[in-house]
Design a protein around this ligand. Structure first.
Ligand SMILES: Cc1cc2nc3c(=O)[nH]c(=O)nc-3n(C[C@H](O)[C@H](O)[C@H](O)COP(=O)(O)OP(=O)(O)OC[C@H]3O[C@@H](n4cnc5c(N)ncnc54)[C@H](O)[C@@H]3O)c2cc1C
Length: 466
């Protein structure tokens, strides 16, 4: 295969690269190019000059070297779930880690090492074989890498903390093409930066995590009410979670009830509010904690019951499949005040697309008990995280959903207290700075100057070195 058409480099250097690369090299015209340039968000349509599907660390180093010699823009792809499509580029090279998915669990030390291309479904599958887990994404096909590098929120966060709070060490390839390790004992500044600072400092090829006994059966699932009940449900919910134990984690959903088997036919297409729960503790204790919610104003559907943790982890998969068009605006709020509830109800009533589902995450618990200076991640004090996601099957109706998400987010403006960096779209430097706060942003910039002064890794929520 010759790549000279798009990549300007002398023939010998290119041939050397092609022959030494162990994974797959995919370029325009190649049979699987269309498949591999797709990422989760169907609204992203980019055409890289080369997709280098790396088989291992040596391939990552070689692909990065090629990009530098040929002056190509670099995109790094693991799970491909970046909302704004930051893992795909036009004309440059995609260093694609999706073939690198090996995971090794050590049940004795309760740790797991995972290659960066693994998805949360892979990770949970391996760790739950030993009754273990760590805080991870709530959709199984989300990448371990991008999620972790931004912070990582999930069902276990209130009990065990963020995903980064479970991180022991990373292997990272720097802009110089060198392998460095970062942990609490080695390259401590870098370890601070990768726990929230995204892909700004290099390509992480491997993560090591702490694990915790979880399940394998947990009390979990959604409880639904008609949307008209939402003002009362949200006010009750606010009181109910005020003194909830850290084992309980909840997400509020407003959407049109999907036509799924377990949803009664009369609810299909009707706007509903749901409180989705996960109790990461003994089932009988969970049942007591959940009783008041289950008794509140006769829910129309109660699917909160004992189930395998991995089944609960897959619960949102049908709501967020690959290829749909997604647009998102996000923010944290300190609390669900009456104003915030009113804005939420008003905008939920205006949901048009049957595919639009937006989560409001309960924060706090163990997330808030870690010292804020411990990692680059910002926002441990948030009460709730709004993830206002509009979605359509194709471009049809997408503009309206995007406008709905924007107007909802704008209405929340007086109540916004920050934003989780992994929930940003392409919103510009000021928003990235807002996500980290001024002090952390300055510290991240200094770190960026040390590890990536040329800003080679800039397709991310970028922290510019200058
Ligand atoms: C359906 C869905 C569900 C989600 N659920 C959650 C959730 O439960 N909790 C949560 O916290 N977030 C969640 N998110 C947000 C998620 O954390 C981010 O979208 C994250 O960036 C996805 O990681 P990825 O590896 O799949 O993405 P990718 O698109 O592959 O990468 C995202 C960004 O990270 C960089 N990157 C990827 N891999 C590496 C690497 N190995 N080294 C250096 N940089 C890298 C990329 O360059 C890009 O800038 C969800 C997103 C989606 C779409």
């Amino acid at each position: 295969m010759s790549m000279t058409a798009e990549i300007k480099l002398d023939g010998t250097a290119l041939r050397e690269f092609e022959t030494s690369f162990r994974g797959q090299l995919i370029r325009p015209g190649n049979g699987s190019y269309e498949e591999h340039r797709k990422i989760w968000n169907g609204s992203i349509d980019r055409r890289p000059a080369l997709i280098a599907r790396c088989a291992g660390v040596a391939d990552v180093i070689a692909a990065l070297g090629l990009a530098k010699r040929a002056g190509l823009q670099v995109a790094v792809r693991s799970g491909g779930h970046s909302f704004p499509g930051l893992s795909m580029c036009d004309g440059g090279i995609v260093i694609d880690l999706s073939l690198m998915r090996a995971i090794r669990v050590d049940p004795e030390t309760r740790t797991a090492r995972t290659q960066a291309g693994a998805l949360w479904g892979d990770f949970d599958h391996e760790t739950q074989a030993f009754g273990l887990a760590t805080t991870g994404g709530i959709v199984t096909h989300t990448g371990v890498a991008g999620l972790t590098l931004g912070g990582g929120i999930g069902w276990l966060q209130r009990k065990h903390g963020l995903t980064i709070d479970q991180l022991i060490a990373v292997d990272l390839i720097t802009a110089e093409g060198e392998l460095v390790k970062a942990s609490a004992a080695e390259n401590v500044d870098l370890f601070w930066g990768v726990r929230g600072g995204g892909g700004n400092f290099g390509i992480v090829t491997e993560f090591e995590f702490r694990l915790h006994p979880v399940g394998p059966t947990v009390l979990a699932g959604p409880i639904f009410w008609p949307i008209e009940e939402s003002p009362r449900v949200l006010r009750f919910y606010r009181e109910w979670i005020a003194d909830a134990p850290d084992e309980l984690m909840t997400i509020v959903i407003h959407r049109k009830a999907p036509p799924l088997d377990f949803v009664p036919a009369e609810l299909h297409g009707q706007l509903v509010v749901a409180i989705v729960c996960c109790y990461a503790g003994p089932l009988d204790e969970g049942a007591k904690v959940l009783r008041p919610l289950k008794d509140f104003r006769s829910p129309v559907l109660d699917l909160c019951e004992p189930k395998p943790y991995v089944a609960h982890q897959g619960m949102f998969d049908p709501s967020f499949p690959h290829g749909r068009w997604y647009y998102m605006r996000a923010c944290d709020v300190a609390e669900l005040t009456d104003d915030v509830i009113d804005i939420t109800v008003e905008h939920s009533m205006r949901i048009r697309s049957p595919l639009t589902t937006f989560p409001i995450w309960q924060m706090g618990g163990a997330v808030a008990s870690v010292d804020d200076d411990d990692a680059a991640f910002n926002g441990r004090g948030a009460g709730h995280t709004f993830n206002i996601t509009g979605s359509t099957e194709t471009a049809a109706g997408f503009d309206e959903e995007r406008e709905w998400a924007r107007s909802f987010w704008t209405a929340l403006e007086p109540h916004r207290s920050g934003v989780y960096v992994n929930f940003l779209m392409n919103e510009g430097t000021e928003r990235v700075r807002e996500a980290y706060g001024a002090a952390k942003y300055d510290r991240l910039k200094a770190l960026k100057r040390r590890y990536d002064p040329e800003n080679l890794f800039r397709l991310n929520q970028n922290i510019s070195p200058t």
